[in-house]
Design a protein around this ligand. Structure first.
Ligand SMILES: [Zn+2]
Ligand SMILES: [Zn+2]
Length: 255
């Protein structure tokens, strides 16, 4: 109690001092942000970037997150995913991996991309918070890196996103359930067929008793062919998850 009451003013003073020395800037375009009057610039984007990233409001395929026309029947998947079999149930996403959102997703992975990642997590929450809450997920899981790729790097976009969404959903972020068991080639440089075989058996999962049969929210930054989400969801299902719902910032439509 005492710690909390003396800690708050100190933290506020500390943030105000940091703001004075390092004025807040937009984590996407680096332009200076107007001071809001609250201590700490907060994790927010400038108006220009917010405008560019504004969602297009188009419907998306619940199964894979691709944009779909308003009058088409896509209850069994859209033309992007109709021939695919996924171990995840559905995809919740903020937008399509293109233009400003593609640029934001690339910058989010940078070593200093934590603030931008938190902003994008907030935007996904503003856009799809209700949908995410209605998943009734018991825990949030991030698509993991191979341990050697994590050495010396404290920021992994998928984990930062997963932690931010878990806090908003008020459920635990569990980084101990899913593991990548071997190094794999970069998905982006492979054909769709190569992507599928590249990741086969590359993930393993172990669930505690309380999560068996429950819904898990699986978070990654981008979903393109769905191979990564499929393989990770498959490992989680094999370990006893009831169902897996994927949440990403962007749905990539390229190969
Ligand atoms: Zn900006
Ligand atoms: Zn689809």
């Amino acid at each position: 109690m005492t710690t909390r009451s003396t800690g708050r003013p100190f933290r506020a003073l500390w943030r105000a001092g940091c703001d004075f020395l390092y004025p807040p800037s937009c984590p996407l375009c680096d332009c200076p942000l107007e001071r809001t009057g609250t201590a700490g610039g907060g994790d927010r984007l400038c108006e220009g970037c917010l405008d560019e990233l504004r969602p297009d409001g188009r419907d998306s395929c619940a199964r894979c997150g691709a944009p779909v026309g308003p009058y088409l029947n896509w209850s069994r998947g859209c033309h992007y995913c109709r021939n695919d079999r996924f171990a995840f149930e559905s995809v919740v996403r903020f937008g399509v991996y293109d233009g400003a959102l593609r640029n934001a997703c690339l910058r989010m992975k940078h070593r200093h991309g934590v603030r931008l990642t938190l902003c994008l997590a907030g935007m996904l929450w503003n856009e799809a918070g209700r949908e995410l809450r209605e998943t009734n997920a018991a825990a949030v899981v991030a698509v993991p890196r191979y341990w050697m790729q994590a050495l010396g790097r404290d920021h992994h976009a998928a984990e930062t996103l997963a932690g931010a969404l878990a806090r908003r959903m008020n459920v635990p972020f569990r980084d101990d359930l899913l593991r990548k068991t071997r190094r794999t080639a970069r998905q982006a440089v492979l054909t769709p067929n190569e992507r599928r075989s590249n990741l086969r058996g590359a993930y393993s999962a172990e669930l505690s008793e309380d999560l068996r049969g429950k819904t898990l929210l699986l978070v990654d930054d981008v979903l393109t062919t769905g191979s990564t989400a499929h393989q990770t969801a498959k490992a989680l299902r094999k370990a006893g998850a009831g169902q897996v719902i994927a949440a990403v910032i962007a749905r990539g439509l390229g190969l």
